[in-house]
Design a binder for this molecule. Structure first.
Ligand SMILES: [Cu+2]
Length: 510
């Protein structure tokens, strides 16, 4: 369906108000419900799922170190909005259709509050998953200022719950950020990028079968979901009126599968100041920003001296990435900035020369090196699916780092896709990527490098929680595990992969 571009204003999700707050704690309640929302003015209202009656959910803003409690409440209907594949692990007929569990992506949090995929719960907590521990989650927010996001993480239906609308921003602020004099208030705007496909009646379309249908099944999971329409903050191709001055944008790719490679059609630079885990040491001026699902970039765009201009944010990442279909006029367009508002006051905000020191973790301190493959496999229906280290979700835990220890993980990608690999609890640093010979690896289980090590891209030189592991490359990441012990997960953030076995538990032990 072709929807007219730039006819609706960019919505900005409301900031969530706490139920109560004192000098020690802050407490929020967040209701998940089904409701109708207009995603484009020419489209009938769409039934979506959201937090607090909003898709995207309201933005949660907390201070670094602020002890925050959140009760996530499932008030969704009993019937799922989208087609469930009951053969997928965790989504069999023995559990209720509608289950939820919320994960704050990038959070430094105790495991019981991390949103473990098997810690799901239903309406009124009547039924809960085997790893459910508490109704009210506790977040210590031991991160520096950063752009996080919250979204559903239920085993076997994450792709459907997130696609239905269960995602929102979670921003952590700190004193360092306050003294940087960045564009703030109405000049600081979250940008959630997603793709969807609509039925003619305005309802959400999600495929019931892959391109080559599985005859034995009424509904089958698909290897990836690629929507034909781009949404920003839940609106199709919106526009934003801006003043001729600097703005700060928190870019987030919250798509199921689609990668975004963002550019401005004016050719101007985006000044990136932060990665997944917060501020970088120095800003980098870049022409384009690559964002795999779940990756974030904190950027400043300067509209000074562009009065009267319209600037379009475009995308040219093939889908699936990197070998899929190139973008077209629809999937290559994201949103429009109209520099039509008068300058309301002199812009005194800055692009700082220095944000925060970025101490490189010392590789010699790594007490453990893990070699982990990303590979594909075939199920009994002849469907290809992806695995981490050749293991399914319920194989015994193999990644068991010791609290406080530093490890290096070699992500050895034997598939033809780029997989955004995400670890819960910790931030890591990308060491490098290096081409290797897949055939030799498959035969001899030995890494034969075919290039020298490629350093991370300028836009990746900061704390990360999600890394693009490209095909035919070994991607090395390094991290220190802590400050909590317990059960977490690491997984591919392509939600169709995550739901179908490309996820593994890991445990931090004492
Ligand atoms: Cu993947």
């Amino acid at each position: 369906m072709m929807l007219q571009k730039f006819v609706d204003a960019l919505p900005i999700p409301p900031i969530l108000t706490p139920k109560w707050k004192n000098q020690f704690y802050t407490y929020y309640q967040v209701n998940m419900t089904e409701f109708k929302q207009s995603l484009h003015s020419e489209l009938n209202e769409t039934t979506v799922w959201g937090y607090e009656g909003s898709y995207p959910g309201p933005t949660i803003e907390v201070g670094s170190g602020e002890i925050t409690f959140i009760k996530w409440i499932n008030n969704l209907p009993d019937k799922h909005l989208l087609p469930i594949d009951f053969t997928v692990h965790g989504a069999h007929r023995d559990v209720p259709e509608v289950r939820t569990v919320v994960h704050v992506h990038g959070a430094c949090v105790e495991w019981e509050s991390d949103g473990y995929p098997e810690a799901w719960f239903t309406k009124e907590f009547k039924q809960v998953g085997p790893y459910f521990r508490k109704q009210v989650y506790r977040y210590d927010n031991c991160n520096h200022a950063c752009t996080l996001w919250y979204h559903d993480h239920t085993l076997g239906i994450t792709r459907l719950n997130v696609y239905a609308g269960l995602a929102g921003f979670y921003l952590i602020r700190d004193d360092r950020e306050r003294i940087l004099n960045l564009p703030s208030g109405k000049y600081e705007i979250p940008i959630m990028l997603q793709d969807k496909t609509f039925n003619k009646d305005g309802s959400l379309y999600y495929p019931k079968q892959p391109e080559k249908p599985i005859r034995e099944l009424e509904t089958s999971i698909v290897p990836e979901f690629i929507g034909d329409t781009i949404l920003v903050n839940g609106k199709v191709y919106p526009y934003l009126k801006v003043e001729p001055r600097k703005y700060r944008f928190r870019l987030l790719n919250a798509s199921n599968t689609r990668f975004f490679r963002i550019k401005l059609d004016s050719g101007q630079l985006l000044f990136q100041i932060g990665t997944d885990g917060g501020f970088m040491q120095h800003p980098v001026g870049v022409k384009e920003i690559m964002l795999a699902p779940a990756e974030r970039a904190d950027v400043i765009i300067d509209f000074s001296n562009l009065e009267g201009k319209n600037i379009i944010m475009v995308n040219d990442a093939p889908a699936p990435f990197p070998t899929g279909t190139p973008t077209d006029e629809n999937t290559g367009t994201v949103m429009q900035f109209r520099v039509t508002l008068p300058l309301s006051s002199v812009d005194t905000s800055v692009i700082p020369a220095h944000m925060r020191p970025f101490p490189k973790i010392n590789g010699h301190l790594a007490s453990k090196i893990r070699y982990l493959t990303l590979n594909d496999n075939m199920d009994k229906f002849g469907r290809e699916f992806m695995l981490l280290d050749n293991k399914q979700w319920d194989a015994p835990i193999t990644e068991n780092p010791i609290l406080g220890s530093t490890e290096i993980w070699y992500l050895i990608n034997l598939t033809t896709d780029t997989h955004p690999i995400h670890l819960h609890l910790i931030d890591f640093q990308i060491l490098d990527r290096r081409d290797f010979d897949v055939e030799t690896y498959n035969k001899e289980k030995k890494i034969k490098y075919t290039s020298t090590a490629i350093p991370p891209e300028p836009q990746e030189r900061g704390w990360k929680d999600t890394v693009r592991a490209n095909p035919n490359q070994v991607t090395r990441i390094m991290m220190k595990f802590g400050p909590f012990t317990g059960l977490y997960v690491w997984h591919c953030h392509i939600l169709e992969h995550e739901d179908y076995e490309m996820m593994r538990p890991y445990i931090v032990i004492r």
